[in-house]
Design a binder for this molecule. Structure first.
Ligand SMILES: [Zn+2]
Length: 326
């Protein structure tokens, strides 16, 4: 038994991804350690709990004060149950990650939320959204996720789905999305959807370096960046389609919610850089009502791939002060 009396006081924030686990420890508002591990491919939720407990053990020898976990999928934040997580290997049935992990690390409080929600919280409190009470966080990576801050608070909604612009329809009857629906933003702007389309076009005879750059592996964000630099027509068209789809969904979101700031992060957006975000901003501005055009700003996120773990630690109740950049 790791006794509560040995609790170190450190709060742990964890980004649980489909391929890797990244965690950091926060003590007295300072980041005091980081650890990384591969997400287990076999063994399902129980193996994931063991891996998370091992990472926490690397960061603190005694039981932590609290743990926050950001994870992909549909999550009941109140109970800590991951209901549906197609990107976590072997995660078939709903599983209460919060209670299992708490039991594994000395009964400390464990909070679990969607990775995009905690990423949005991090940009709001520590990143590009600081000082703004209303914003949308968009994460463009393998898929497209979104989170909402309204009146200074994370808005989850009764099903936990608030802000998920990746599954808004932008083309009726359009391309198939990873979720099974048609014409969703993610089918056009997510890396996996863009890869599916690129391979389809190549199979039909389109000439593109995307396939040769990716070889037998997946078409990473840097493959898209290199193809763009080489002025590959298929890559240029796919990125144009991504910009259009994101702009349509963002314009609708901004029009309904009157949110003046959109922060865009995620692997693909980070790799394509500020010019990609600037194109989304320009395309969105053309679609929103005139009264909102001047007030709307769309900016790159500040926190990169540490945002998820930082947001998870914030969710677990700690304050964090980041060192000034530079
Ligand atoms: Zn979808």
């Amino acid at each position: 038994m790791t006794g509560r009396q040995n609790r170190s006081g450190a709060t742990i924030g964890i980004d649980l991804g489909g391929t890797k686990i990244f965690a950091l420890a926060v003590d007295n508002g300072q980041i005091v350690g980081e650890a990384k591990e591969k997400t287990p491919v076999h063994g399902g939720p129980l193996a994931v709990v063991d891996a998370l407990a091992a990472v926490i053990g690397q960061l603190t020898p005694s039981a932590p004060a609290a743990v926050g976990v950001g994870a992909p999928g549909a999550i009941d934040h109140r109970t800590g149950v991951i209901r549906w997580a197609p990107n976590l290997p072997g995660w078939i049935e709903p599983f209460n990650l919060a209670s299992a992990l708490s039991a594994a690390v000395g009964d400390c409080p464990v909070l679990v939320d969607n990775d995009v929600n905690v990423g949005t919280l991090a940009e709001h409190r520590l990143g590009a959204g600081q000082g703004h009470d209303d914003l949308v966080g968009i994460f463009v990576g393998t898929g497209v996720g979104g989170g909402l801050i309204l009146d200074g608070r994370l808005r989850r909604g009764p099903t936990g789905f608030a802000g998920e612009i990746g599954h808004m329809v932008v083309r009726t009857g359009g391309r198939r999305c990873g979720c099974g629906g048609r014409g969703h933003v993610e089918a056009y702007a997510g890396r996996a959807g863009m890869e599916r389309r690129a391979r389809q076009l190549a199979d039909r005879g389109s000439d593109t370096v995307l396939v040769s750059l990716a070889k037998a592996r997946r078409m990473t964000s840097s493959v898209f960046a290199r193809a763009l630099a080489a002025k590959d027509t298929v890559a240029l068209n796919l990125v144009e389609g991504a910009v259009e789809a994101l702009a349509q969904a963002l314009a609708a979101t901004v029009t309904v919610l009157d949110v003046p700031l959109v922060v865009i992060g995620g692997g693909l957006a980070d790799r394509l850089g500020p010019s990609f975000v600037a194109r989304i901003e320009a395309a969105t501005a053309e679609l929103v009502p005139g009264v909102q055009t001047g007030a709307l700003r769309i900016v790159p996120g500040d926190l990169g791939d540490r945002g998820g773990a930082l947001g998870a630690a914030l969710m677990a109740g700690t304050d964090i002060s980041l060192p000034a950049p530079g």
